[in-house]
Each structure stands twice: as structure tokens, then as C-alpha cells.
Design a protein around this ligand. Sequence first.
Ligand code: TLP
Length: 338
Amino acid sequence: MHDLRSDTVTRPTPEMRAAMAAAEVGDDVLGEDPTVRALEEQGAERLGKQAALFVPSGTMGNQICLGALTRPGDEIVAEAESHALYNEVGSAARLWGCQIRPVPGVRGAMPVEAVERALRGDDIHYPRTGLISIEQTHNYSGGSVVPLETVDALTALARRRGLPVHVDGARLFHAEVASGVPAARWVRDVELTSICLSKGLGAPVGSLVVGSAERIAVCRKLRKALGGGMRQAGVIAAAGLLALRDGTARLADDHARARALALELADLPGARIDPAAVQTNIVVLHVEREAHELQDAFARRGVLCLALDAGRLRFVLHRDVGDEAVHAVAAAARSELS
Ligand code: TLP
């Protein structure tokens, strides 16, 4: 089976397992786990911020950011197909009493004029706009990089309007590798960022929330409230350290394979993809045949992928799939779509 459902499916490398077995640990809720502390320090440094917090998942990372930056009744402006809106079980509402105002993006990038129009004035009927959230790279639009000019325009707008900004940087390092612009620059003017160690970087578990020391102290308390305070978490942070150190070095291979796959899929009847739009490790194919049905048909041909909805199939490149997976997808697609 070639598993391209997600870059979350990677297994820890032998080096990670060895580091996990040997990790020095302590009680992290008491701030005494040296491996977790090292991971938090190195994560903060990579993003040019004062502090970081190790959390179990990207979803918890995002939700802690939303909770730290809003108050109940607020509206959060986010892209219409963002993970926070689509795939976090309504948690902005469940946990923080916030609603999300969807702004459709162009390849995941919310136009700054549209965001400005979405910000609420002080009419008595309106909620307060509390936060702007940006997803980098943007998953459902096919791993596209939200351009730096857009990020800068959105953070400038937020500053003018006294609003904080959150970046869901589950795949921020893919943007770094695709653009050559360092991750720290991408989030320079952002209050809180969450990054995932367990996607393209290849750790088995874990994410980091990164920001100022003051905000991370607030996040630490929210993590505890959500039951995310982990004890001897150095056992998993040890793999996270290797993911952070080594994980970005091979992302360019995933990007190249994603482009190669997009080119293979580009001319098939019954499907549509713009290969030029494939900038990182995700390929989203628009299909005429029902996508869940196709997902099952691909699985019968040894290829696992994910139907995003009735009309889209997603293939994600990652460390545990190589060129042979690209050929297998192309062969399955030729059989099922032609
Ligand atoms: N995304 C998963 C699924 O939930 C769709 C995937 O396979 O891509 N932000 C972004 C942009 C994400 O893509 C994801 C995971 C998360 C946050 C949440 O991370 P986890 O799964 O660690 O909670």
C-alpha cells in the first residue's frame, strides 16, 4: 500500500526511536522535563520568538492560540476552508464561545480587502472581531503558500485595527522550503503560531505553540485546562527535537514529487488540476466521479488517498513514500479516470 492520505502517517525513524528510549525526562507540568524544555527553546529560536509550548496535537495548538487571543462572543476571521473552521470539531465555539467568519481565499490567501470588509464595526448587533487567523501552508487549497505580501498586508491591517494574528503553521516549514524565506520571517508580526512536528517533519506526536513569553504563559495555563499537561513528555519530545533539526532538509523532495505527480495527473479526462498551483507537498485533484467512490477504487489498486469532499481527492507526499508511490498513483488514476 502507498499511503498518501496525509503526512501525519509517517512512522518514527530508528534514530527517533533510539532518542526516545534514551531521553532524559522529568515532570513537565512542574517544568522539570529537560528534553521538553530543549524542544521548546529550540522551537522558539527557530521562529524568532521568546518562548514555546509543547502540545500533543496541531488541533490543541490552534485551539490554545484561539483561546489565548480572544474572549467569549468574539468573531475570528479565517479562510473559508481553514482547518480551524473545517476540521476542529467546532472547537472555537465549544471551547471559547467564538464564531468563525469565513473569508474565501485565492489559493488559501484571504484578500486583504475582503478581510478588511469582514472586520466588524461597532453596530450594536455585531460581535466583536477578536482575531485574524492565517493557515500557512493552506491545506485544502493544495498546500499553497500564502504569499509574504499577503501575510504582511494582513498583519499591517490587524495592527491598524488593534487585532492580534494567529498563524496555523502546521506546515510552516514547507512554506520556508518552497519560498526560501525563513520561518521566523513568515511569522515576524504574528502574536501566536502553532507548528506541527508530526506532519512533514516526521515526529510521531506533537506540536509547538510559539510567541512572546507572556502569551506562552497564558497558553501554558490553557493547555493544563484542556488536559494537555503531559508528565514525562520528554519521551516524545526527543523525537520532536530530531524532527525540528532534520525534518526540513528533505521537504524539497516531497515538493518535487508533488509537482511530478501533478504533471502526471494534469491531462487525464474526468479530472482537473493546475500543476503550477502545486507549491509544496499536497496535491488536490478535482474529479468528476464521486470522490469517496474513487478513494475506494484507488485503495483497491494499492493507493490510499483522501476524499476532501464529493469532488476532490487529496494526495500528500511525505518521508515514507517515494517515487514508486507517484508512479502507483499515476497508474491508478489512468485506470480509474480514463
Ligand atoms: N490536518 C489533517 C486532517 O485533520 C485534515 C491532515 O491530514 O492534513 N492545521 C492544519 C493546517 C492541518 O492540516 C492539521 C491536520 C491540523 C492543523 C491539526 O493537526 P493534528 O492532526 O495534529 O491535530
